[in-house]
Design a binder for this molecule. Structure first.
Ligand SMILES: [Zn+2]
Length: 132
C-alpha cells in the first residue's frame, strides 16, 4: 500500500496509508477534509449540539481522530495519552451532567406528584382549604 506523502507538523513523513492514488491519507487529503467539515456542520445543523448524546458522539469522534493521529505518527504517543485522558475527563463531565439532569427531572416529577397529592387532599377537605 502507498504511504501518505504529507509532512506532519512535527516535520516527519506521515505514516498514514494513501487513499486512491492521491498520495495522501484520509487526514491529509483536502477532498476528505471537505467531507469532514461538511459532516461536522451537518451534525451542528441538526440542532443536537449540546445535548449529552450528541456531545458523547462528538467526543467519540475526537477519540477516534486522536487514535488515527497517534497511529499516523502525527501525534506523539505521550501527547496522545494526555489528550486521551483530558478527553476522558470531558466525557466524564458529559456523563455526570447527564446524571444530574436525570436527577433534576426526577425531582421535578416527584415535586409535581407531591403537589398533585396535596391538591387532592385539599380537595377532600373541601373548598381547597386545609383543615387541621
Ligand atoms: Zn497523512
Amino acid at each position: 500500500m502507498a504511504k501518505c506523502t504529507a509532512i506532519t507538523r512535527g516535520g516527519g513523513r506521515c505514516r498514514g496509508v494513501a487513499i486512491d492514488g492521491s498520495g495522501l491519507c484520509y487526514s491529509h487529503d483536502p477532498d476528505h477534509e471537505h467531507d469532514r467539515l461538511r459532516a461536522a456542520s451537518k451534525g451542528g445543523r441538526r440542532g443536537g449540539r449540546g445535548r449529552p448524546s450528541s456531545e458523547l458522539q462528538r467526543l467519540k469522534g475526537r477519540f477516534e481522530e486522536l487514535a488515527d493521529k497517534v497511529l499516523a505518527g502525527e501525534v506523539e504517543r505521550a501527547d496522545g495519552a494526555v489528550a486521551g485522558q483530558l478527553l476522558s475527563g470531558a466525557r466524564a463531565c458529559v456523563r455526570d451532567g447527564l446524571a444530574a439532569k436525570e436527577q433534576e427531572e426526577l425531582i421535578a416529577r416527584m415535586e409535581a406528584l407531591e403537589a398533585g397529592l396535596d391538591e387532592r387532599q385539599q380537595g377532600r377537605n373541601g373548598g381547597g382549604y386545609v383543615k387541621f
